[in-house]
Design a protein around this ligand. Structure first.
Ligand code: UD1
Ligand code: MG
Length: 491
């Protein structure tokens, strides 16, 4: 009924070699498996989205754990799921890793030991396994690396000491040596006073897992198969269990509801802000800073409040980002300034550029040195050459703009005919008057000028003035409609 296939303890134990060969053949890297327990229902999230898909720092909880596993050069990442398996697998379909991603269903959920039992068939007989959790997103590779090193030829686990240990499994020791873990619900009054607790994360030799996990029982207060019982069983073999502590609490914190999700997000963001500030980045307020990817920066960069960094963002030296900007997958060169309320997505901005306020830079845009893009200007899939300016109320899409071009206010590249996108080419030194419609495909050659209000639908030769608007007329003695009806105006 519980889905666990029981094996005789001594028989299973006999299969475990007395002397462990944990290094493997020379020059062959150790085989590493990562088992991610994620079968919990996550009812407290009160969401139609599976718990492990809830976003934190811009990505699903589970994705953070998978990425960490990948960075450790794991051979396989095994996700033990119980609910919404299809939804979770679909969401992770785009995940790229050199490791093999395997999905194991646990039904019913009979405890953490049972979850590992379900994964056992896909774990090789040798090598090591790290046990992680789908709802503990920020465990670092550094801590796990240490845990791996400390595991030697047996088992190591991540523990921490808390002032209030309630709810956690307690680590009991004798003269400093780990003897086992007792769950809160099974602990006596004396054991409940222990402040060293189990984070749940551990590293264990596969040979030990294969020998001991099938022997776990559910003879406890919760009638569950506890993974934590593995510790005492390993100790009984004469193996010394080593422990490692996380660098920060947020590394091992899990989330059960949206309150915890937001609290963990903020703890992590504060830690990222601190790390970046210690590297020399000026952050106006670390409590209003959001990193949802990776940020690299040169010296003397300034980030004002409420800036969101997504994906891979690189800032050069002396870059200034004003308040309320969203910067995604972009490179911004030295001495450039992004003024308030601007959005940049997948673009390359060179040095000494000035953007915004309220600029929208869309994918595949390249702004060369000294370009100015002002308020309410949208640029998509365009190149703007050195020193060119589009300062107000403009849309440039699929445009190739040369150097020192001035684009007047209210200019629109009409790049879409309802079916195809067409290119607008504007060569060096062109002056586009205000409120122009540039009907693509169209080529405005070097040094040309277009009159304000023009609709430019034909190529403009070099150094000419193009005026594409109806001539102004004057109708004399003309009367407004209300005058003709002899009614006084309301105004
Ligand atoms: C567990 C540990 C406890 C530790 C605590 C740290 C056990 C028996 N206890 O307790 O020592 O201090 O974590 O937070 O391991 N899960 C499954 N399948 C199951 C049960 C759980 O995949 O059948 C997953 C859950 O989705 C969750 C994780 O394992 O991500 C931990 O389960 P949970 O029920 O929260 O364990 P705790 O009681 O907190
Ligand atoms: Mg828990």
């Amino acid at each position: 009924m519980d889905g666990i296939e029981r094996k005789g303890g001594s028989e299973a134990s006999d299969r475990y070699p007395s002397r462990l060969e944990c290094r493997g053949p020379r020059n062959k890297p150790m085989d590493l498996s990562i088992v991610i327990l994620a079968a919990g229902k996550g009812t407290r999230m009160r969401s139609g989205i599976a718990k492990v898909l809830q976003p934190i720092a811009g990505r699903p909880l589970l994705q953070h754990v998978l990425e960490t596993g990948s960075q450790l050069q794991a051979n396989r990442l095994v996700v033990v799921y119980g609910h919404a398996g299809e939804q979770v697998q679909a969401a992770m379909r785009g995940f790229q890793s050199q490791a093999t991603l395997l999905w194991v269903k646990q039904e019913p959920q009979s405890g953490t030991g049972h979850a590992v039992l379900c994964a056992l068939p896909v774990l090789p007989p040798t090598g090591k396994t790290l046990i992680l959790y789908g709802d503990v997103p920020f465990i670092t590779t550094q801590t796990l690396q240490l845990l791996l090193e400390k595991s030697g030829c047996g088992l190591s686990m991540l523990t921490m000491t808390l002032q209030n240990p309630s709810g956690y499994g307690r680590i009991y020791r004798d003269h400093g040596r780990v003897l086992g873990i007792v769950e809160e619900k099974d602990a006596d009054a004396h054991q409940k006073l222990i402040t060293e607790v189990n984070t749940g994360i551990l590293c264990v030799d596969n040979a030990l897992l294969h020998a001991e996990i099938p022997c776990l029982n559910n003879d406890n207060a919760q009638k569950e198969y506890y993974l934590t019982d593995l510790i005492a069983r390993v100790v009984a073999r004469g193996i010394v269990v080593d422990t490692v502590a996380p660098q920060a609490l947020w590394e091992v914190e899990g989330v059960n509801d949206k309150v915890q999700l937001a609290a963990l997000e903020r703890d992590w963001q504060k830690a990222q802000a601190k790390r970046l500030m210690l590297q020399g980045l000026t952050i106006a307020d670390p409590l209003r800073f959001d990193l949802r990817g990776q940020l690299t920066h040169g010296s003397d960069c300034y980030v004002d409040i409420n800036v969101i960094f997504e994906g891979q963002v690189t800032l050069g030296n002396h870059v200034h980002i004003e308040a309320n900007c969203v910067l995604k997958d972009c490179v911004i060169g030295d001495h450039s300034r992004v003024r308030a309320m601007s959005s940049i997505d997948s673009a390359r901005i060179e040095d000494h550029c000035l953007l915004g306020p309220f600029a929208r830079i869309r994918p595949d845009t390249h702004l060369e040195s000294g370009v100015h893009v002002g308020n309410f200007v949208e640029v998509k899939k365009s190149i703007l050459g050195r020193g060119s300016k589009a300062n107000h109320l403009t849309y440039l899409g699929d445009a190739i703009v040369g150097e020192a071009v001035n684009i007047g206010a209210g200019t629109i590249t009409c790049n879409y005919d309802g079916f195809n996108k067409h290119t607008t080419q504007i060569d060096a030194g062109v002056f586009i008057g205000s409120n122009n419609s540039l009907v693509a495909p169209v080529h405005i050659h070097a040094g040309a000028t277009t009159g304000a209000g023009s609709v430019i639908s034909k190529d403009v030769p070099e150094n000419t003035l193009a005026v594409g608007r109806s001539r102004q007329q004057h109708i004399e003695q003309w009367q407004r409609p209300q005058d003709r009806q002899n009614k006084p105006s309301d105004h």
